[in-house]
Design a protein around this ligand. Structure first.
Ligand SMILES: *[C@@H]1O[C@H](CO)[C@@H](O)[C@H](O)[C@H]1NC(C)=O
Ligand SMILES: *[C@@H]1O[C@H](CO)[C@@H](O)[C@H](O)[C@H]1NC(C)=O
Length: 276
């Protein structure tokens, strides 16, 4: 029996790995310490928002972003939820960050991914970052697909400390209209979101421009904008062939949480037998 209680404690510990993926969104602080956009207006982001976005300063040069959307029907293999920053309230010339998640994968195997992209006119174009840049700009990605909802959370730099990729990465310490949209996604790009005005999935936009960098419980000084290091004057050695991408970042956590439930159940059954 001692062994059993130990095993159960261990299994519970492993199960908390699965819980760590959960995205908890609430309306408390909206308009004060958090920027919030919800559709329909009075919805509960943990239950019935067709789309919802919450953002706030969460640390030094970091903006935390939480997004939620109703799963599209029938569920596409991949669905995105995007937050956009725009100088005006219409689509075109907008900096986008999108979370892509599989609504159909079972909850223990899916891994949300966050990308940056740019709206060129009415079409969206992914901004390709190398792995180093990606890890500098975006961190702490988590997400889940449960009960007909998908949700994600991540933190991104307010003043990107990487090259702007041709002006596509913006400093978020000025006022922007904030856009939100969801739709199905391809591995390399997002598909057009629903463009019929009456649709629940029609994108939403903030009523006025918002400076994301001044919304939070605590505001930090921001670093200066990124400046490319001076070009070396000595001849550069020939570029080495790109290293193979390591497997998915979350694999350690993913696999441990993936094992947690079956493990827990088998331990429980085993222990139950012992009692009988
Ligand atoms: C990624 O891009 C940065 C420039 O932002 C460059 O300095 C770095 O060498 C690149 N890393 C790789 C692994 O290609
Ligand atoms: C696993 O999750 C923990 C916290 O939930 C985090 O600190 C750690 O970096 C994660 N590890 C990987 C490999 O993602």
């Amino acid at each position: 029996m001692k062994l059993c209680s130990r095993l159960i404690a261990l299994a519970l510990l492993a199960a908390t790995g699965a819980l760590a993926q959960m995205v908890v969104m609430d309306r408390e602080g909206c308009g004060e310490t958090k920027g919030c956009l919800f559709k329909p207006a009075g919805c509960d982001p943990m239950r019935d928002c067709t789309i919802g976005i919450i953002f706030y300063v969460s640390g030094l040069n970091l903006l935390s972003i939480q997004v939620v959307a109703t799963m599209l029907l029938p569920p596409p293999p991949l669905q995105y939820i995007a937050i956009g920053f725009s100088q005006d309230s219409s689509m075109g010339d907008d900096m986008i960050t999108e979370c892509v998640i599989s609504p159909v994968a079972d909850e223990f195997s899916m891994e949300p991914e966050v990308f940056v992209s740019y709206n060129i006119g009415k079409s969206n174009d992914r901004t390709y970052l190398n792995e180093t840049e990606q890890n500098i700009l975006i961190r702490d990605v988590k997400g889940e697909a449960v009960n007909g909802r998908i949700s994600c959370q991540w933190a991104q730099q307010i003043i990107p400390q990487i090259p702007s990729h041709g002006g596509r990465l913006w400093n978020l310490n000025r006022k922007y209209y904030v856009l939100g949209a969801t739709g199905s996604a391809q591995p390399d790009e997002v598909n057009a979101h629903d463009t019929s005005m009456g649709s629940h999935f029609y994108p939403m936009v903030s009523a006025r421009p918002i400076n994301p960098s001044v919304i939070g419980e605590k505001i930090y000084d921001l670093p200066p904008p990124y400046v490319a290091p001076p070009k070396p004057t000595t001849p550069v050695p020939p570029p080495t062939s790109p290293k193979p991408k390591p497997s998915k970042k979350n694999s350690a956590n993913g696999s441990s949480s993936g094992l947690a439930l079956p493990l827990f159940i088998s331990i429980f059954l085993y222990c139950f037998k012992l009692i009988l």
